[in-house]
Design a protein around this ligand. Structure first.
Ligand SMILES: NC(=O)c1ccc[n+]([C@@H]2O[C@H](COP(=O)([O-])OP(=O)(O)OC[C@H]3O[C@@H](n4cnc5c(N)ncnc54)[C@H](OP(=O)(O)O)[C@@H]3O)[C@@H](O)[C@H]2O)c1
Length: 341
């Protein structure tokens, strides 16, 4: 639709934007600082070719979207330089975000895929973001009480109004991805399927990869990896659903330096550093390249606000080009802390 930008190799996550997760409103000074941090991060990201921006209604109780909205309002050319995705479907207990007319619903956290909720969430997100459309709407988590057909119907209304470009999912397993994709394909006569699935995935969180090799192996029970992760990547590949990896830097556990690494991460941090030095790329790029080497169209989403780390992460495709399968297996083995079976 309106925005022709393709997804960038690495995406910018904004869960750390908006002055943190406190429920109290920010004062002017805190808002100015939140905008400065976001503006510096976005400038570094764009300059390094990271143009997909990932946010969600719940991040910092709406303030992540608001912060991005302030940047968009201040720069009329910015919207067309980014591919923008937001999420809805989680209502956080006690959050001020939905407090006005649904207090009962948010006493404790719940998920909500209902059509009215999705319509309202998108309207509110667009207002906070100071834009008339997002390129992708992601359903944040499955709501066991709502049929995917209902959520899909709300999405299609929003899409035909030009408010949303495509539909993505997050934190869903094989069964839900299949249900959503079937529902969207049925409603569009096969014209459109789910665009992407965002799940936690990285060198530290390897269920999709482990499940492929631990089938029928005793370790699979302990690691709880085969269940929902088994077959998920293959299903997405078959159906043309791109994978987005959240937590892809492992919150820095392999790139803080071996001294700072936790005991169980030290060996992998050392391997990351050695490969980074030899391939002349950053450690962050090595960590992300481990994902890019997989044959599943994975787009890592990085949550750092540090401009240097964003520039380092943007080297991931170069690192993937230079990394051979020997290095890839060394990283995997070091991260799992045990030889492959
Ligand atoms: N769909 C979902 O349910 C879901 C869930 C979580 C996140 N997400 C999305 O994915 C994005 C990324 O997720 P994430 O933030 O959990 O993962 P991440 O990118 O693995 O971690 C980012 C965090 O790690 C810190 N970090 C990274 N490298 C570091 C280093 N070398 N030294 C010290 N700190 C380091 C960053 O701090 P600095 O900022 O100081 O660098 C930041 O707080 C989020 O922003 C959000 O957009 C989606």
């Amino acid at each position: 639709m309106n925005n022709a930008l393709e997804p960038s190799a690495v995406a910018l996550g904004t869960a750390g934007w908006g002055g943190g997760w406190g429920v109290e409103p920010l004062d002017d000074g805190a808002w100015a600082e939140a905008e400065r941090v976001a503006s510096d991060a976005l400038a570094a990201a764009l300059e390094a070719g990271i143009t997909t921006v990932d946010t969600a209604d719940i991040y910092a109780h709406g303030r992540s979207e608001q912060t991005l909205g302030r940047l968009l309002a201040a720069d009329s050319g910015l919207r067309e330089r980014i591919r923008l995705q937001t999420k809805c479907g989680i209502m956080i207990g006690g959050s001020p975000l939905y407090g006005v007319d649904s207090a009962a619903a948010v006493e404790s956290t719940r998920y909500h895929g209902g059509a009215d909720h999705v319509r309202r969430a998108v309207t509110d997100s667009l207002e906070r973001l100071h834009t008339d459309h997002v390129d992708t709407l992601i359903i944040h988590r499955p709501d066991p009480l709502t049929r995917p057909e209902e959520t899909v119907e709300a999405y299609l209304e929003l899409a035909s109004a030009g408010s949303v470009g495509s539909l993505g999912l997050s934190n869903m397993g094989v069964a839900w991805v299949r249900r959503f994709d079937d529902a969207l394909r049925a409603a569009t006569g096969g014209e459109e399927g789910i665009a992407c699935l965002q799940i936690e995935l990285g060198l530290h969180h390897r269920g999709l990869v482990e499940s492929a090799v631990l089938v029928n192996h005793p370790d699979s029970a302990d690691r709880a990896v085969v269940g929902e992760a088994g077959g998920l990547a293959e299903l997405c590949a078959e159906r043309g659903i791109a994978l987005q990896a959240w937590g892809s830097l492992g919150q820095g556990r392999y790139t803080r330096g071996t001294e700072q690494a936790a005991d169980q991460d030290r060996e992998a941090a050392a391997v990351v550093a050695e490969i980074a030095g030899r391939l002349e790329v950053s450690g962050e790029a090595v960590v992300l390249a481990w994902l890019l080497k997989l044959p599943w169209r994975i787009q890592p989403v990085v949550g750092t606000v540090n401009p240097d780390r964003l520039r380092a992460a943007a080297q991931a495709p170069v690192a993937a080009d230079r990394m051979d399968s020997l290095d890839w297996y060394r990283l995997w083995t070091a991260a799992r802390g045990a030889p492959l079976p």
